[in-house]
Design a protein around this ligand. Structure first.
Ligand code: HEM
Length: 726
């Protein structure tokens, strides 16, 4: 059964902030969220998720099997002519069962095929009617049901979660004036700035067409051929390499609408905006060695992480915000705001917080809910409008078109996950699998037979969507605006904004990627592009590609600009709630097991998911050494009394050396690691010296405090060498 209880502890400490764009009364962020019992208390006319979905739910408990047409049946054995004879065509039970199975698959999404989703609720911080007529932002505390799907882009439906890739964060608001989708990603920019290039981009990034290798990876010739020719992609490539491509979890990434949209008031006044979702869990990323291990050991890592967190009541939250600016500022920031390969640094236009999304219920059926949801940038409501961004314009066509293909007909908006929570009235009719029974015989407008209904709603009548005035003129042309032409100044800004350790992460990532390129020409072309961003970057990447030459520095686009937003690893996490913690023990030591029991409770009290690891699953142990791996934990602690299994200990109960390997790998993945009392000898055996994020102490209190701080730091990058001179 779904739980739609609201959860407020993560928000409890977030302070309210004044907002120049908000009219009406401010509500403290998250205030009262925990007091509501369920989404059924949502104000306005929107029905709650629970009530809305209930009539569609099938409960198979304590009932007889039936056909699709409702006849009770026995479908365990087929009908045959004689006990050993052939199955009969007459057997409608057999035919229906096989036929339904044969048709279970629909095409996976052409991109973003791999993902996970969850239900939630959005709560507005205030009345923002002075910037938008959107009803879900019309009053402090107003709640709107949501569904959110997170994804990777390139991998197929069965690919690994931890692939290095851009990640989708697609959000649907079931508002009381219809569905509104922000179909965003975890970086503020896109690869290309003309939608006509999207098929080229995806063809280049997907597995190569001859051998279908590599799956869910850009480390191959066609991808870098494209990046070095369509250089608008460089900005995004830099961010993906700097850690954005391998988030620790869906919960630890931000989201961006990327394009410039317009907010429109009831009176038709407009502002340009960029949408953003800030994770209240903070931003955190894997290291690449770790992401690869995750991919091999648990390809469901991200979907499991968010599922477990929601089941445990640790509801992830994101704050919705907008960067707001006037339409006459289109070219005021040194680039064109219609070019979606550029972001506006938050120092230039700060993010105005609008409300908070809390994901609080898992789906009950992956296919019916997560697979069938059809997000569209074109799902907008009154108060929200588009800009002339050429990629946004292309997306307005593509999503509807692809969904017609995925569902095989136009009535997919009638699936429960896609239906708006408000009644629909229009003259669209028929098509495959029509689920409604339209009773109006006058399926046209204007009509008199139905007294002109459904009537046209617009700005002044019926509270309808309306397109705000926007002046457009120009000669037909197949050209890109010259204001889109600078592809290098912002990647340089990204590079400048990374800490030295993060620059090394980006260099190492690019070394990994480019060493998979076979063509020397492509390698050379890509190094030439890096040189336009930074000569040192080009030199460092080229160091491992001996067949390329780094040109002399080309300073045309070099600049010293920085922005604080880009760095992932420099900012401690605001909370450690819902991180994973391992306590390594041995069932052959009473001291170890009793310490493990005490410690696991103390670490659970910090809000962590704690697993005690030992040889077998005796009471008090959650996972065996044969199943556990360093990837399972964001930090770990070794208990005293267990030392012998780490030092010279072999056992048929786990692979050779596994216990010490877990400690060594955790250290190598930059995680906080520690030992209580005599267990510090394990660290000597593992050749791990005391240093940042290594906690050896006789005091549990000290260790708890150390780990609380260490898990917030999340990664101890000082463990890893920098290229000499950097
Ligand atoms: C020319 C540009 C683009 C085109 C033609 C395009 C096309 C598509 C298509 C066909 C899908 C599959 C949709 C479905 O099957 O339901 C998709 C999914 C998606 N796209 Fe795009 N896309 C473009 C750019 C972008 C950009 C700029 C973003 C982010 C701002 C983005 C974010 C997403 C996300 C998050 C999904 C997955 C939605 C889900 O979870 O169902 N796309 N895109």
């Amino acid at each position: 059964m779904r739980s739609f209880l609201y959860f407020s502890t993560l928000l409890g400490t977030v302070a309210a902030a004044g907002c120049p764009y908000m009219s009406g009364q401010l509500r403290a962020r998250g205030e009262d969220l925990g007091k509501r019992q369920s989404a059924a208390s949502i104000e306005g006319t929107t029905i709650s998720t629970q009530d809305f979905l209930a009539p569609f739910e099938l409960n198979d408990t304590n009932v007889y099997m039936t056909t699709d047409s409702g006849t009770p049946i026995d479908d365990a054995v087929s009908l045959k002519a004689g006990i050993r004879g052939p199955t009969l065509l007459e057997d409608f039970i057999f035919r229906q069962k096989l036929q339904r199975f044969d048709h279970e698959r629909i095409p996976e999404r052409v991109v973003h095929a791999r993902g996970a989703g969850a239900y939630g609720v959005f709560e507005s911080y205030g009345n923002f009617s002075n910037i938008t007529a959107a009803s879900f932002l019309s009053e402090a505390g107003k709640q709107t049901p949501m569904f959110t799907r997170m994804s990777t882009v390139i991998g197929e439906r069965g690919s690994t979660d931890s692939a290095r890739d851009v990640h989708g964060l697609a959000t649907r608001f079931y508002t009381d004036e219809g569905n509104f989708d922000i179909v965003g990603i975890n970086v503020p920019i896109f690869f290309i700035n003309d939608a006509i290039l999207f098929p080229d981009l995806i063809h280049a990034l997907k597995p190569q067409p001859n051998d279908q290798i590599p799956q869910a990876a850009t480390a191959h010739d066609t991808a870098y051929d494209f990046f070095s020719q369509e250089t608008s992609a460089l900005n995004l490539v830099m961010m993906v390499m700097a850690g954005y491509g391998i988030p620790r979890s869906y919960r630890h990434m931000d989201g961006w609408g990327v394009h410039t949209y317009r907010l429109v008031t009831n009176e038709g006044a407009t502002k340009f905006v960029k949408w953003s979702w800030k994770s209240l869990q903070g931003k955190a990323s894997f290291l690449w060695e770790e992401a690869q291990a995750v991919g091999g050991k648990n390809s469901d890592f991200h979907r499991q992480d968010i599922w477990n967190a929601i089941e445990a009541g640790i509801y992830p939250q994101w704050e919705l915000g907008v960067q707001i600016f006037d339409e006459d500022q289109q070219l005021a920031f040194g680039f064109d705001v219609l070019d979606d390969t550029k972001f506006i640094p938050e120092e230039v236009v700060p993010v105005t917080p609008l409300g908070v999304m809390t994901l609080n219920a898992n789906p009950q059926n992956y296919f019916a809910e997560t697979e069938q949801i059809g997000f569209q940038p074109g799902h907008v409501v009154r108060g929200i409008d588009f800009s002339d961004d050429p990629v946004l314009q292309g997306r307005l066509y593509s999503y509807l078109d692809t969904q017609l293909n995925r569902y095989g007909g136009p009535n997919f908006e009638q699936a429960p996950i896609n239906r708006p929570r408000v009644p629909i009235h229009n003259n669209n009719r028929d098509g495959k699998a029509q689920a409604y029974i339209p009773t109006n015989i006058a399926a046209y407008s204007p009509n008199t037979l139905n007294f002109g209904s459904p009537m046209e709603a617009n700005q002044t009548t019926g509270n309808g969507f309306f397109t705000a005035p926007r002046y457009v003129s120009g000669e037909l042309t197949r050209e890109l605006s010259p204001t889109f032409a600078d592809h290098w100044s912002q990647p340089r800004l990204v590079w400048n904004s990374l800490s030295p350790a993060e620059q090394q992460i980006a260099v190492n990532a690019l070394r990994f990627e480019t060493s998979h390129i076979v063509s020397t020409t492509i390698k050379q072309n890509f190094i030439n592009q890096l040189n336009l961003i930074d000569n040192g970057l080009a030199l460092r990447v080229a160091q491992v590609l001996v067949d390329v030459t780094v040109p002399p520095p080309d300073t045309t686009y070099y600049n010293d600009n920085t922005t604080a937003y880009i760095s992932i690893f420099s900012n401690p996490l605001p909370t450690i709630q819902g991180l994973n913690f391992g306590i390594l023990a041995s069932i052959y030591s009473n001291q170890s097991m009793s310490q493990a029991a005490t410690l696991s409770q103390q670490f659970r009290d910090l809000g962590l998911f704690v697993s005690v690891v030992a040889e077998t699953l005796v009471p008090g142990v959650n996972v065996t050494y044969s199943a556990a791996d360093a990837i399972d934990f964001d930090g770990l602690l070794v208990t005293p009394g267990s030392e012998s299994i780490f030092i010279n200990g072999t056992s048929p109960l786990y692979p050779l050396g596994r216990p010490i390997q877990i400690v060594q790998n955790a250290y190598d993945y930059g995680k906080p690691v520690g030992a209580l009392g005599s267990a510090s000898t394990v660290f000597q055996a593992a050749n791990i010296l005391e240093g940042p994020g290594v906690y050896l102490s006789n005091s549990t209190t000290t260790l708890l405090a150390d780990f609380e701080a260490g898990l917030k730091t999340f990664k101890f990058l000082e463990r890893f060498p920098l290229d000499p001179g950097y």
